[in-house]
Design a protein around this ligand. Structure first.
Ligand SMILES: *[C@@H]1O[C@H](CO)[C@@H](O)[C@H](O)[C@H]1NC(C)=O
Ligand SMILES: *[C@@H]1O[C@H](CO)[C@@H](O)[C@H](O)[C@H]1NC(C)=O
Ligand SMILES: *[C@@H]1O[C@H](CO)[C@@H](O)[C@H](O)[C@H]1NC(C)=O
Length: 496
């Protein structure tokens, strides 16, 4: 009886904690940290910057932000960018993922009105990175649409955004082509569309679940593709870089061995990742998404599917336009089959039709969907390799959020160690072509509707202090040590 109990405990421990991979990081793997302009810069109207949909959302609907906060000052990186770069340098990181705020360089969104002070801000930031030998990874759109484009033409719901966005990206490559060559067009289109124009929980807060969110999805893909074609035709030769899209999802693990649960988990992946990844890497919408939205639309009395058709021309135009697959990943959930939702009000979740749950023993972050499950990332990377024909993959965000903001952030250390180890397993054991890993984030920031209540930084930021000091957490020392060894285990145990 006792022996059985002890064995039981050992097995449980073995399952809870995967072994840490002792291999040295390959030289092809760049390690860095990520940030985004609207979450750190502040200076929301400084020196000619235009208003964004997130400025407007936070100012107009304070009740939609949990602590009624605004991004007006955030980390004040508009003034303190040199300090940020110094932190990145001190940690020995390879790259810094930043985003250009569209309305800081083009206040109205259009190229006929350039804000030179905004251009100079990014020029200064790029120079600081260059002087410190840190590679910039540049996001051109991190959710911060210039407000005039929302007011005047409906933002991402209007197909005209495709040309307007393409003009903006061309402007960026003309202006910053000497400063960087690692580009992300659009960050997390699922949040832009399904949260911004579907559920409406994110800016611009338009509620049209299962209808206009799919219109946004198509426009985002076309806008990305047009930008990529411009880069490919006009800038690739001189810039010699890469342009990709960043898509985001949790890993969805079948809740049981049953065929129904396995099919449900795969369907969840296709709705959350495939809806963007499939057009980019394979061509057209995933079959299951096309079939389910069409079938439910018909029963709801729509004359056409709520999911817009991609024409043969559009399928060709979008396919092959991501030089790498950028992945933002934070969590794993279990997926069960669920009964078909009654036909009534359309919704993205009813189209997807799954039930989410999790193991009670998983360490939870700051949200009900946020769990530390490193093996989920390893499975996810293998799934991407298989599903999208072995693309180059760059993890553009991964990190742990808590609500305490403690400086003794052991949970963050455990999370980072487990997830980097999963990356090494994927590279060395599963032959996944993973060439970048990016922690979110170097410091705390404005977490959208989560305001200043959810913390992901290896440095704490004191948002009550007008100087916004950056204060080191335990995880910063941990990760500095990892970068020194480029290995997760002690130097004498590291396997070259
Ligand atoms: C779409 O944008 C164009 C050009 O910006 C504008 O003329 C048109 O009115 C917009 N359509 C809608 C429905 O807002
Ligand atoms: C999902 O299915 C598993 C296995 O059939 C079951 O044990 C579990 O309770 C289910 N979860 C939910 C949330 O229904
Ligand atoms: C990874 O992808 C890049 C870009 O396509 C390619 O140059 C490289 O050879 C690939 N590496 C492996 C190990 O497949």
């Amino acid at each position: 009886m006792k022996l059985v109990l002890i064995l039981g405990c050992l097995v449980t421990l073995g399952l809870a904690q995967d072994a840490i991979n002792p291999r040295r990081f390959p030289s092809s793997l760049r390690i860095g940290v990520a940030n985004a302009a609207p979450q750190i810069e502040g200076g929301w109207d400084a020196d000619g910057k235009g208003e964004t949909i997130w400025d407007h959302f936070a100012h107009t609907f304070p009740e939609r932000i949990v602590d009624r906060s605004t991004p007006d000052i955030a980390c004040d990186s508009y003034n303190k960018y040199k300090e940020d770069v110094a932190l990145v340098k001190a940690m020995g990181l390879d790259h810094y993922r930043l985003s250009i705020a569209w309305s800081r360089v083009l206040p109205t969104g259009y190229t006929d009105n350039v804000n030179q002070a905004g251009v100079q801000y990014y020029k200064n930031l790029f120079k600081e990175l260059k002087d410190n030998n840190i590679i910039p990874m540049v996001t051109l759109y991190h959710w911060d649409l210039p407000q005039p484009l929302q007011d005047q033409m409906g933002g991402w719901l209007n197909e005209s955004i495709v040309n307007i966005f393409a003009d903006y990206t061309k402007f960026c490559w003309e202006t910053f082509g000497d400063d960087a060559n690692w580009w992300i067009t659009i960050n997390e289109p699922k949040q832009v569309c399904q949260a911004g124009y579907g559920s409406g929980v994110f800016a611009p807060g338009i509620v049209s679940d299962g209808i206009l969110d799919y219109v946004c999805t198509k426009n985002v893909l076309l806008a990305h593709a047009k930008a990529w074609h411009i880069y490919n035709d006009l800038f690739r030769k001189t810039n010699k870089g890469q342009v990709g899209m960043v898509i985001d999802s949790s890993w969805y693990e079948p809740g049981s061995e049953s065929d129904e649960d396995k099919e449900s988990a795969e369907r969840a992946m296709q709705f959350d990742i495939g809806i963007y990844g499939n057009p980019l890497f394979n061509g057209d919408w995933p079959a299951v998404v096309k079939e389910r939205v069409a079938a439910r639309s018909k029963l709801e009395g729509f004359s056409e599917s709520r999911l817009p058709i991609l024409t043969d021309f559009e399928i060709d135009y979008i396919k092959g336009t991501s030089d790498f697959l950028g992945l933002n990943h934070y969590s794993t959930l279990l997926i069960n089959h669920t009964a078909e939702a009654p036909i009534g009000r359309p919704s993205f979740e009813s189209d997807k039709s799954v039930q989410y749950w999790h193991r009670p023993e998983w360490t939870q972050g700051s949200a009900d969907w946020f769990f530390d499950v490193p093996w989920g990332l390893r499975k996810f990377l293998s799934w991407l390799k298989k599903t999208f024909n072995n693309p180059e993959i760059v993890i553009t965000e991964n990190g742990f959020s808590d609500t305490s903001g403690t400086l003794e952030d052991d949970k963050r250390i455990t999370y980072l160690e487990g997830h980097v180890s999963a990356c090494l397993d994927a590279i060395y054991e599963d032959n996944v072509n993973l060439t970048g890993y990016t922690v979110w984030s170097i410091m705390d920031d404005w977490e959208w509707t989560g305001g200043y209540t959810s913390f992901l930084g290896m440095y704490k930021v004191d948002f009550n202090d007008p100087d916004r000091p950056r204060i080191k957490r335990k995880s910063a020392d941990y990760f500095t040590g990892v970068m020194k060894k480029r290995c997760l285990v002690d130097e004498d145990k590291c396997v070259d």
